[in-house]
Design a protein around this ligand. Structure first.
Ligand SMILES: Nc1ncnc2c1ncn2[C@@H]1O[C@H](COP(=O)(O)OP(=O)(O)O)[C@@H](O)[C@H]1O
Ligand SMILES: [Mg+2]
Length: 538
């Protein structure tokens, strides 16, 4: 018997228990997967995201959409977490992972309706996921390390649907070359690849540059535009006078005093410049400001200077040239300098760039994306990052699977057969897991304007008759052998998708009590999914 007179928690704490908690969480998770559903695949649509400051992003990329939306619901946030994990682990496949998770939960709801206990569903899903991984691994195929053709196809499959179609040959070639250049013993650190964007010319003019390119030019016309055998200093303190405190008063009562004050200032700048010169540097990248007088003196000494260089660029230049970032000018000696064959100021359109070529570490590369507008270039960058992620995955494991929904259909079919061998109620969960995987080809078809039911029926029939690579070929909007159509994806991508989706679905299913102590804007946590879900859009 419960004692009504006992209060465990303060009154403003919101609580949802049992079925209510489950339904509410499932509804929110489903909504997340609905949001990204229409973007899946090469024929997926784009979303336009407008920030409170009116910045616009136009994208087809699941990870970007979800991270830009101001989602509040706790279960929905868990879905977004898996998108992030997927993105950081393999750099692609976020939409698919979120959609499979959403479908697993939707199907779990049916099982809950027929009075199957959540722990049974969780157990069944876990069993199914293990079996799915086993099947996936059986179906994966080895590619030869040097097989550039396959790697290019992987890049193309990753990039389709993100505005890269017209230049897919060129872009996929760049992606493969970039990854191959930076890989070492099968290990790839994508941080070694820098992406810069230049407004002007077309996407097809995108180039791969050996070395580092930064979007800053030299700061004074007196400086050389080309420095051979560059000795590079990286400085993260300002090359200017310390700005006086706001309240500092300098009282000057005579012209002589003023003259003296100015000379003192000049002397301290000269001191700074001579420290740089004495180190032997002929190129300086400064993370902070460089004032006009310092820039004039440095220029007169033939030193090339860029100022306000982004921290991430400083780190990349350090890695590429062997330079050490210096925070105190007195520490700057020849030993802190990095080296490169040349540093050049290059003007592209209205913008100036600095090219650092022939770096000590030949693995540093930059992809210079060209395009007519920021929005287009941003989306090409996201496409290329997906391509880079997928190609590096395949270089690591050497394993690929057919795309276009083929692999999901085959796993689904074999899982259903496996389900038949089980006796308990978990069997139903295994079947629902298998059904959830079919959501990928169904959605690919739907997004391409094909009839999802016809497609599913035909795909099932083909797989039943042993055509394990049958999938959607959305180059031609038809069903066919995905491998022959060169629609190939990394094995690791699918592996991670299954892992992430199962993990989050099971985590959400195990929750039967939500205790929320944080007030929402309206003073109460609102469990009615929609209101809280996208509070910014209201
Ligand atoms: N030419 C194509 N024909 C059919 N399916 C394709 C094609 N290119 C890519 N796909 C499929 O599109 C899906 C990936 O879509 P995408 O929008 O990139 O989502 P995700 O965020 O999950 O990577 C994969 O299932 C992949 O096999
Ligand atoms: Mg993708």
């Amino acid at each position: 018997m419960t004692d009504k007179s006992i209060t465990l928690m303060p009154e403003d704490i919101q609580r949802l228990i049992g079925k209510d908690a489950q339904r509410n969480n499932i509804a929110a998770a489903k909504m997340v997967s609905e949001v990204v559903k229409t973007t899946l695949g090469p024929k997926g649509m784009d979303k336009m995201l407008v920030s409170p400051t009116n910045d616009i992003i136009i994208t087809n990329d699941g990870a970007t959409i979800l991270s830009e939306m101001q989602i509040e619901h706790p279960a929905a946030k868990m879905m977004i977490e898996i998108a992030k994990t997927q993105e950081s682990e393999v750099g692609d496949g976020t939409t698919s992972a979120v959609m499979i998770a959403g479908k697993l939960l939707e199907n779990a709801e049916k099982l809950l309706d027929s009075k199957i206990h959540p722990t049974v569903i969780v157990k069944g899903y876990r069993l199914a996921a293990e079996k799915a991984q086993e099947i996936l691994s059986e179906l994966s195929m080895k590619v030869e390390f040097g097989d550039e053709f396959v790697l290019k196809q992987i890049a193309i499959t990753a990039m389709t649907g993100k505005g890269a179609e017209d230049s897919k040959e060129k872009l996929s070639d760049i992606v493969v070359k970039a990854v191959k250049q930076i890989q070492e013993n099968g290990l790839v650190d994508l941080d070694d690849i820098k992406i810069e964007k230049v407004k002007g010319e077309g996407i097809g003019d995108t180039e791969l540059i050996s070395g580092i390119v930064i979007d800053k030019g030299k700061i004074s016309p007196d400086m050389p535009s080309f420095v051979k055998e560059a000795r590079i200093a990286l400085i993260d303190v300002p090359l200017e006078l310390k700005t006086l405190e706001l309240k500092t008063e300098v009282s000057i009562s005579s012209p002589e005093q003023l003259q003296k004050f100015i000379l003192q200032e000049e002397d301290s700048i000269k001191e700074i410049v001579s420290l740089v010169r004495e180190s032997g540097a002929n190129v300086v990248f400064c993370q902070k400001g460089v004032d006009d007088f310092a820039s004039f003196l440095l220029g007169r000494n033939g030193i090339y200077v860029c100022r306000r260089v982004a921290r991430s660029d400083m780190r990349k230049i350090a890695k590429a040239t062997g330079a050490k970032i210096v925070s105190n000018l007195n520490d700057l000696t020849q030993f802190e300098l990095g080296s490169a064959e040349s540093v050049e100021n290059v003007k592209k359109g209205d913008d100036n760039f600095t090219y650092i070529r022939g770096c000590m570490n030949p693995k540093a590369v930059t992809i210079l994306i060209h395009g007519g507008s920021e929005h287009v270039m941003d989306e090409i960058e996201r496409a290329m990052r997906d391509g880079l992620g997928d190609v590096s995955c395949v270089l690591k494991s050497g394993l690929v699977v057919p795309g276009g929904g083929a692999i999901e259909m085959e796993i689904s079919r074999r899982l259903k057969n496996f389900g038949q061998t089980l006796s308990g109620r978990e069997r139903l969960a295994v079947e629902e897991f298998a059904n959830a995987l079919e959501f990928i080809p169904v959605t690919l078809a739907e997004n391409a304007g094909m009839d999802p039911i016809d497609v599913l029926t035909e795909l099932r029939a083909k797989h039943d008759s042993g055509d394990k690579n049958a999938g959607l070929n959305l180059f031609e909007n038809k069903i066919g052998n995905a491998l022959e159509a060169k629609i190939i994806e990394p094995y690791d991508l699918k592996k991670q998708e299954i892992d992430s989706a199962t993990e989050v679905a099971n985590m959400i299913l195990r929750i039967d009590d939500v205790i929320a102590s944080f007030p929402s804007k309206k003073g109460k946590m609102n469990f009615d999914g929609r209101n809280n879900f996208m509070n910014e859009l209201e």
